[in-house]
Design a binder for this molecule. Structure first.
Ligand code: SAM
Length: 369
């Protein structure tokens, strides 16, 4: 290692970008940050393209898509996931997007990652449109789990929220996933005046089928910048809505870094029906237990959904950087992670950076949700 001006070390060799890495970053081991958190859970965005236009995520007309050659190839994904699992302690890998099913080589990407020496747990977040014809192949390739996004069971409301009339196709995808995978999780976002009063029905439907439903508070990651804290449906309101039909009690099982706070669901006679989760990223942030690291479709490391900076790994990889350089860049990126996402207006809970929050330029679809 050579030392350059300002006392900041820089690694020699091909593909090394002209960036100054923080001198105090860990040189070996996992993805640790200055607050002692360790990232073991990697989200990999496979594409920024999507076949839905959910109002809380994308504009009606869509977004300009990335040029094809700026998106990670199958081989580049396997190489970076390989470094993450072998050298950086990553244990879980979730493929997301955009819509990951739009990648024609999705089955091959899963197969490559399942064949890595330090095989991670592999999961997929999808809207399930087209999953019916690929669920078996994905299972066979080594996919372990599937999370499907479904906000309502009403076809008209689905078409309003997703701006596409695809409810039947999503339900067909969910059926196929249920046949192939032991556990199917459903993710739902509630929007006031649109599907808030569908929450209990959706939970009943999931419980009957053995699916675990998780409600996600709407985050300021929409392209239209229409997010409004006052209008957002809070975790407390979700619990209230569900309480109209079910009794919820806090789950005794340790949360263990999971973003969702889980509840045991019982019917009016006290019979246990299953579980439900609520991800309260805005009102009850869990930043001090965050274990996430993210790769965008362009191979940029993001240390937080709400980060304003990314560390490019794909450029150095294509310029010939070796694995140790890429691992060092990744460690340095995570070392810089902030204490909190900065959205809490109260400073309560774990959100230590509540002094100010600015919405990131990228939308959820472009970051990888
Ligand atoms: N297309 C895939 C899907 O629909 O699951 C994966 C990508 S999508 C961006 C991942 C998740 O992010 C979905 O469950 C979606 O509902 C959620 N999401 C998108 N925008 C959001 C927002 N502004 N706030 C909260 N969740 C959001």
């Amino acid at each position: 290692m050579t030392t350059v001006s300002l006392g900041m070390p820089r690694l020699p060799g091909a593909g090394v970008p002209d960036v100054r890495l923080p001198a105090d970053r860990p040189a070996t081991g996992g993805l640790v940050d200055r607050f002692g958190r360790v990232a073991t859970d990697l989200r990999v965005s496979l594409t920024d393209r999507c076949n839905l236009r959910c109002t809380y995520c994308m504009p009606a007309e869509g977004l300009p898509t990335l040029p094809k050659d700026s998106v990670m190839t199958r081989e580049e994904i396997a190489r970076l996931v390989g470094i993450a699992t072998r050298d950086l302690g990553v244990r879980q890998v979730r493929f997301t997007g955009g819509e990951p099913l739009l990648r024609r080589d999705l089955v091959e990407i899963v197969r490559d990652c399942a064949a890595l020496p330090a095989r991670p747990e592999l999961s997929l977040t999808t809207n399930a449109v087209g999953l019916d014809s690929r669920a078996a192949a994905l299972r066979e390739a080594g996919l372990d789990r599937v999370n499907v996004s479904l906000d309502t069971l009403d076809p008209d409301t689905f078409a309003t929220m997703a701006r596409r009339p695809f409810l039947a196709r999503t339900l067909a995808g969910i059926d196929a996933a249920a046949q192939q995978f032991d556990l199917v999780k459903i993710n739902a976002v509630l929007v006031r005046g649109v599907n808030l009063d569908h929450a209990a029905e959706l939970l009943g439907w999931c419980l009957e089928r053995g699916f675990e439903l998780r409600f996600i508070e709407q985050m300021p990651l929409d392209a239209d910048h229409a997010w409004d804290r006052a209008a957002m449906v809070t975790a407390a309101e979700v619990r209230e809505q569900l309480g109209t039909r079910f009794a919820l009690e806090p789950d005794e099982e340790p949360r263990d870094g999971a973003p969702a706070e889980r509840f045991v669901v019982r019917d009016g006679r006290g019979e246990r029906l299953g579980r439900v989760g609520i991800i309260a990223s805005v009102t009850e942030p869990f930043c001090d237990d965050c274990r996430r690291t993210r790769l965008t479709a362009e191979g940029g490391v993001r240390d937080c959904l709400f980060a304003h900076t990314e560390t490019d790994l794909l450029g150095p990889l294509r310029a010939g950087a070796d694995d140790s350089v890429l691992a060092d860049l990744w460690r340095a990126a995570m070392w810089a992670k902030q204490a909190g996402h900065g959205m809490s207006d109260t400073g309560a809970g774990t959100d230590l950076d509540s002094s100010g929050f600015t919405q990131p330029e990228r939308t959820m679809s472009a970051i990888g949700g």
